[in-house]
Design a protein around this ligand. Sequence first.
Ligand SMILES: CC(C)(COP(=O)(O)OP(=O)(O)OC[C@H]1O[C@@H](n2cnc3c(N)ncnc32)[C@H](O)[C@@H]1OP(=O)(O)O)[C@@H](O)C(=O)NCCC(=O)NCCS
Length: 153
Amino acid sequence: MSRSLIERGLTWRWTPQAVVSQIRDSETAVVVAWADDRMLGFAIMGFRFLRSEAHMLLLAVDPAARRSGVGLALWRWLETIARRGGIARVGLEVRAENSGGRAFYHALGFREVARLRGYYESREDALRMVADLRPRRRCSCSAEGRELRTARG
Ligand SMILES: CC(C)(COP(=O)(O)OP(=O)(O)OC[C@H]1O[C@@H](n2cnc3c(N)ncnc32)[C@H](O)[C@@H]1OP(=O)(O)O)[C@@H](O)C(=O)NCCC(=O)NCCS
């Protein structure tokens, strides 16, 4: 899912081995959304608790399951973990041309803070986005709620 939906056109970095190593990392949360036995989406967030910061590494939803609140539900799980861990700010990079991804993160309360020229393999720009977790904000989205399991069970 990461390769086809996020890294499309780029060198494949998020191989199964790379994802497994994130699952095993005690400062990383991996959340997966399921409906019956079908995987709807997943997200990976890394935490730097000593700095009260977190970084969204990956988040993707199966195209057939989009615009039904799966992405929002994944974010809500990670946001809850982050808040409970005292995280004050979450950052991420998104491809500048990914208008859907940018709109999604805007809806969650992220704002664009920088354009990183050539961030992806020196040929594609990224936008850095951040969200401050305090004080609590409200999302403008309508849908919520999916069954979620953490990768650690
Ligand atoms: C971006 C992505 C994760 C959104 O997942 P999703 O499950 O469809 O998102 P949700 O249904 O939870 O949407 C929540 C809100 O975000 C906004 N939003 C989501 N996708 C949007 C889009 N394509 N265009 C505009 N707004 C969008 C809307 O405000 C939406 O609320 P609404 O449906 O009530 O209007 C999904 O499109 C995806 O996997 N894209 C490819 C990978 C990617 O871009 N990942 C993020 C960057 S790494």
